[in-house]
Write a protein that binds this ligand. Structure first.
Ligand SMILES: *Cc1c(COP(=O)(O)O)cnc(C)c1O
Length: 364
């Protein structure tokens, strides 16, 4: 084992729990006496079937997923869901997209290819640094669903609560929020997440979909692979799934269960975020563009007084073993992602580094 691991503040792929990496390493060559690595196994073998079933069962237990929801393990990352959601859910050819940042914007642009898109609320004119008011949204009767990106990874905002959709299915991109806190699945029609932000290795998306939204009457030209019905009907084994990522996610689910579940995870995440935001708010050197009610616990964008110092700080932090703090190119500044696997010690090391840098610049 290499114990010179860095604190990786990347927005994804991101840190994994060390205990999980160690378990994976121990099983790498010979999974539990099977004589082979999970990487080498048939996805239809008995031993892999068990891995898949246990992984789904642990996820269901963690989120208390009701029986009328299906769990799908798909490929194509979070991005393919930007297409699959409208292809599968726009039965009447229209949907409502709340515009809150780069990721909801991408999803909205894709949905426009498949039907009419309405935008009942937007924070675009405010630079996406907040979540717009969610009261009294005017929704169109023909809209099939309401779409949100619940945690905007680039702008560092998060919904304080989900909107009232007046009975329409709520679709949520939870990629950078998934399993960071408890979630009431029955408030949603569909939840999806690319797992490399908060859960596991890249290349896998998890979709949790209410059964009545899985349609069997899509237009004939719809690619079979892009129908939720295909994957639901085959229990995520229509073709070879991302076996490896599913296996590692299963380990993370078990790890989360053994460390107190999502309530305990939420408390750890709140504490981590508080340490950083409190420091930024006390400082006259650093600034955080997001107002407190809308702040993400997962992604924290912040700025020094100018872009030159931002760049110097990134280099300074790397020397302290803190990686990937450069802000997204569309936003600039810095961004610290504090996903589940980032330990509190990592956040404290970050704050110490920020303090030292500000002092070196003659600030307090
Ligand atoms: C990263 C991200 C995506 C895209 O995920 P990929 O797996 O790279 O396709 C979608 N939505 C959000 C909120 C993200 O953070």
């Amino acid at each position: 084992m290499n114990y010179e691991r860095k604190y990786n503040f990347s927005a994804g792929p991101a840190m994994m729990p060390e205990a999980v990496l160690e378990e994976v390493a121990a099983e790498l060559l010979n999974y539990r006496g099977s004589g082979m690595s999970v990487m080498e196994m048939s996805h239809r073998s008995r031993v892999y079937q068990t891995i898949l079933e246990e992984t789904e069962a642990d996820l269901r237990a963690l989120l208390a997923i009701p029986n009328n929801y299906r769990v799908l393990f798909l490929q194509g990352g979070g991005t393919l869901q930007f297409s699959m959601v409208p292809m599968n859910l726009m039965a009447h050819g229209a949907a409502e997209y709340l515009l809150t940042g780069a990721w909801s914007q991408k999803a909205m642009e894709e949905a426009k290819k498949f039907g009419t898109v309405y935008v009942p609320a937007s924070s675009q004119e405010r630079g996406y640094w907040e979540i717009p008011a969610l009261e009294n949204l005017s929704l169109h009767p023909e809209s099939d669903y309401v779409y949100i990106c619940e945690n905007e990874t680039i702008h560092g905002t998060c919904y304080p609560s989900v909107p009232d959709t007046m009975g329409k299915p709520l679709v949520s991109d939870q990629s950078s929020l998934f399993l960071s806190k408890p979630c009431s699945v029955s408030d949603y029609g569909l939840i999806f997440a690319g797992v490399q932000k908060n859960v596991g290795p890249a290349g896998l998306a998890i979709v949790i979909i209410r059964e009545d939204l899985i349609r069997g009457d899509l237009p004939q030209a719809t690619p079979v692979y892009l129908e939720y019905a295909t994957h639901a009907g085959a229990s995520s084994l229509y073709n070879t799934p991302n076996c490896w990522a599913i296996y590692v996610c299963g380990k993370v689910f078990r790890y989360l269960r053994s460390t107190g579940g999502l309530d305990a995870m939420a408390r750890r995440n709140e504490e981590k975020a508080r340490v950083l935001y409190d420091f930024l708010d006390r400082s006259s050197f650093y600034s955080c563009p997001v107002k407190p009610p809308f702040r993400s616990l997962m992604n924290v964008p912040f700025f020094t007084p100018n872009p030159e110092l931002d760049a110097q700080l990134v280099a300074f932090s790397q020397k302290a073993g803190l990686e990937n703090l450069k802000g997204h190119r569309s936003v600039g500044g810095l961004r610290a992602s504090l996903f589940n696997a980032m330990p509190l010690e990592g956040v404290k090391a970050l704050v110490a580094c920020l303090e030292e840098f500000a002092q070196n610049c003659g600030e307090s």
